[in-house]
Design a protein around this ligand. Structure first.
Ligand code: PDD
Length: 285
């Protein structure tokens, strides 16, 4: 279905409407959208849809102010060009900084897209066949073990950390267990034992995490997978993070508690070196 697309202040042909692979909508599902019904050229509930869009933009801290009249014009132009019975789709993402980075800067410019969806017919439901449904536990989104690009939750939490002078945020589930960071797994050391939370749908099974576990085992380092509470972290001897890009990052403060007198600990030192040497060996193959 051909048509005109509104893209960042321009109207372009559908096949010309392109956004960058670095757009945060594409990378992180970092954006919000609206679908607005249109019948016979008339837009329905535009005020309500735009108000919800503004509220959602504000909720996820995308800095974009919706001007009602501007958007009424944009919508009308799309309807005139694309068809009188095609609902409108609006999507606003946080934008694109030409790189992949969970953190975003304050002056990032949102990406704004609007186009027409396939036509709908008023009153269709009156003659449509009735349907069957089923129930299922609402697990949206309880699949932190899936390395999904839907990282909006992670990004908003990470940004809270940034605002509070922290490079990572460790995430507490409703049962009190602290499962992982927004972009990393973590390990603590207590009484000479290395501990990381067990795998579940609450955390990503990190590859780096797995390598560290194997290194602990092959080097006879006491290791266990156990659920970890905040008090365990605040009373631990060491804590570090793991990820493919950050390797093993030593942590010296959690909330207001200084860990190991503000110094990286001996277990981190040993295991980080084991990890680096292991990688070097692989590279020298
Ligand atoms: N993130 N947990 C989360 C939520 C992560 O996003 C990551 C990695 C990890 C560690 O996984 P691994 O050891 O396989 O890198 C744990 C990557 C690095 C990222 O999003 O950039």
């Amino acid at each position: 279905m051909s048509g005109v697309v509104y893209l960042n202040d321009n109207y372009v042909a559908e096949n010309e409407a392109k956004v960058s692979v670095f757009d945060r909508g594409f990378l992180f599902a970092d954006g919000v959208y609206e679908v607005i019904p249109v019948y016979n050229g008339k837009i329905l509930f535009l005020k309500e849809h735009l108000a919800r869009l503004q509220k959602n933009l504000d909720l996820i801290n995308i800095k974009y102010l919706i001007n009602f009249l501007d958007w009424q014009n944009i919508c009308n132009k799309l309807i005139t060009n694309n068809g009188l019975d095609r609902p409108l789709y609006i999507q606003i993402t946080r934008g694109n900084e030409n790189r992949r980075n969970h953190d975003y800067s304050d002056d990032i410019k949102p990406t704004i897209v609007a186009y027409s969806l396939p036509p709908i017919t008023l009153g269709n439901c009156l003659t449509a066949k009735s349907i069957n449904v089923m129930t299922f536990p609402d697990n949206r989104w309880n699949h932190c073990d899936v390395k999904s690009i839907a990282l909006l939750g992670n990004i908003l939490l990470r940004q809270i950390g940034k605002k509070n002078g922290c490079d990572e945020v460790l995430l507490t589930r409703s049962n009190g267990f602290i499962v992982e960071g927004t972009t990393s797994n973590y390990f603590i050391v207590k009484n000479n034992k290395v501990i990381t939370p067990p795998l579940s749908s609450d955390l990503l099974p990190g590859i780096t995490r797995q390598i560290i576990i194997e290194l602990c085992k092959s080097n006879n380092i006491d290791f266990a997978q156990e659920n970890i509470l905040l008090e365990d972290i605040l009373n631990c001897d060491e804590i570090w993070l793991s990820s493919s890009t950050k390797e093993l990052t030593s942590v010296v403060r959690v909330n207001n508690t200084v860990i190991n007198n503000g110094q990286p600990g001996p277990f981190w030192h040993r295991i980080a070196n084991l990890y680096i040497n292991n990688i070097k060996q692989i590279l020298n193959g």
